[in-house]
Design a protein around this ligand. Structure first.
Ligand SMILES: CC(=O)SCCNC(=O)CCNC(=O)[C@H](O)C(C)(C)COP(=O)(O)OP(=O)(O)OC[C@H]1O[C@@H](n2cnc3c(N)ncnc32)[C@H](O)[C@@H]1OP(=O)(O)O
Length: 414
């Protein structure tokens, strides 16, 4: 169609950012300050633009990330973001072209085993082999009715409010502990913490300084961090202050429960909006009346596309039920297509060996993505026609192997 699709050079950034704003229906003009902030997080070699007579009309970029997989291993991943096509150029195959370039480079040049993204709209990415792999729930708690029982902190543990500078030191330590026990979590960069704590501010995004609460266990180790804002609101002489959780991460259930109890007992607070949580978060059941945690939203969040099935299947662990399954993975783009015998050992580790044996399950790569982190039921996908059971009993065995005791969770929007 006569468009120039290319990898960015430094001078292209302002025009490219203008196109991102346009695609996301934001005011297009980009300030020099915004360009300088965004420059720090954008790897030009992984950023594409499509140009029509010099004007950028499509954008796409990716970032290297690690995804925690079941069992705790960290897998090299292509994290895709800023996918936009200007309305004047939509539905001409531009997004498809940029996606094909990036997935090919991820697989063949960078050796990334997965690609991940957060889908702005559900129907966009299934066609490219992505499946919804984590979900989130947001609760809204009416505090006065919640019947929160006072529970003292464990002996020797404490919660302290922290200054932004301390959070930049302690936050990454807490997150490191948190992400290793949380399949679906991704690593955070230094810039992420600088933006989170206001050390660096993107002028295009408003900034409200939050409060930070750090949980330390009896040994003094920081194992939880809650970031929240409270709006001071009064109804006459009656305080009705809404508290919004920006983030709550914890390395232990004790820290998680203690931070929730802390947030729910701040004086003057009448409601708590819990932010992006795993669907099986502890929150509702910490309340005397769990119904007071009303579900505000529940939806898919992070999507996974398997690029290297052997590496991906061998990186995670499975239920420690010895078993073997032949998976026939279908992938029209070719990256993950193939047949593998998944042999799970008694300790839950597995080998994925290419085979020509007849398959037990046939599944499109998008269904493998939906199953990969343990979020989805194999039987449910079979009922929906999104995978085929070729050998009787294979779906039940696969379900037992792939599913995880807790749901995977990615708390970060990227
Ligand atoms: C990870 C992220 O960055 S998520 C952000 C995604 N961006 C947005 O939502 C911003 C607004 N939307 C857009 O910029 C564009 O519409 C995009 C990027 C979603 C799609 O770009 P396009 O260049 O129009 O997509 P492209 O022409 O390659 O479409 C390929 C196919 O996907 C379909 N498709 C594309 N977008 C959508 C959608 N939003 N809903 C349903 N189907 C879609 C097309 O109809 C087409 O189907 P076909 O092959 O059967 O004809």
């Amino acid at each position: 169609m006569g468009l120039d699709v290319r990898t960015l050079e430094a001078a292209d950034l302002p025009e490219w950012l203008r196109a991102v704003n346009t695609g996301f229906l934001r005011a297009p003009t980009v300030s020099d300050e915004e360009v300088e902030v965004r420059r720090q997080e954008i790897d030009l070699s992984r950023t594409q633009g499509a140009y029509d007579a010099g004007r950028c009309v499509a954008t796409f970029r990716s970032m290297p990330r690690e995804v925690t997989v079941p069992g705790g291993a960290l897998l090299d991943t292509d994290a895709i973001t800023n996918v936009t096509v200007t309305a004047t150029h939509r539905r001409r195959g531009l997004a498809t072209r940029l996606m094909a370039n990036d997935l090919r480079a991820a697989k063949e040049e960078r050796g990334e085993a997965l690609a991940i993204l957060i889908a702005a709209e559900y129907p966009i990415y299934g066609r490219f082999g992505f499946g919804p792999a984590t979900s989130y729930t947001e609760w809204f708690v009416e505090v006065p009715r919640a019947q929160l029982r006072p529970v003292p902190l464990p002996e020797g543990a404490r919660i302290d409010l922290a200054e932004p500078a301390e959070v930049r030191k302690v936050g990454p330590e807490v997150h490191e502990r948190f992400r290793r026990r949380t399949p679906g979590a991704i690593n955070r960069t230094e810039l992420w913490w600088q933006l989170e704590t206001g050390e660096i501010r993107n002028p295009a995004q408003g900034w409200t300084e939050p409060m930070f609460a750090v949980y330390r266990d009896a040994t003094g180790q920081a194992t939880g961090l809650a970031t929240y804002t409270v709006e001071e609101k009064w109804h006459g002489m009656y305080p009705e202050c809404p508290l919004s959780v920006r983030g709550l991460i914890a390395a232990t259930p004790e820290a998680e429960a203690a931070l929730w109890r802390f947030l729910l007992s701040v004086d003057w607070v009448s409601t708590v909006k819990a932010g992006i949580r795993a669907p099986d978060d502890l929150l509702p059941d910490l309340l005397g009346d769990p119904r007071c945690a009303k579900v505000d939203t529940t939806a898919d969040l992070m999507w996974v596309r398997v690029l290297d099935p052997k590496r991906a299947l061998e990186a995670r662990t499975y239920a420690p039920v010895p078993g073997a399954l032949v998976l026939d993975i279908q992938d029209p783009l070719g990256h993950a297509a193939g047949r593998y015998r998944l042999e799970v050992a008694a300790d839950g580790t597995a080998q994925a060996v290419p085979t020509t044996a007849s398959p037990d399950l046939t599944l499109p790569v998008a269904s493998l993505g939906a199953l990969y982190l343990g979020n989805e039921s194999v039987l449910r996908l079979a009922a929906l026609g999104r995978l085929a059971e070729e050998t009787p009993g294979a779906a039940i065995l696969a379900d037992a192997l792939f599913r995880t005791p807790r749901r995977p969770w990615c708390p970060d929007i990227f």
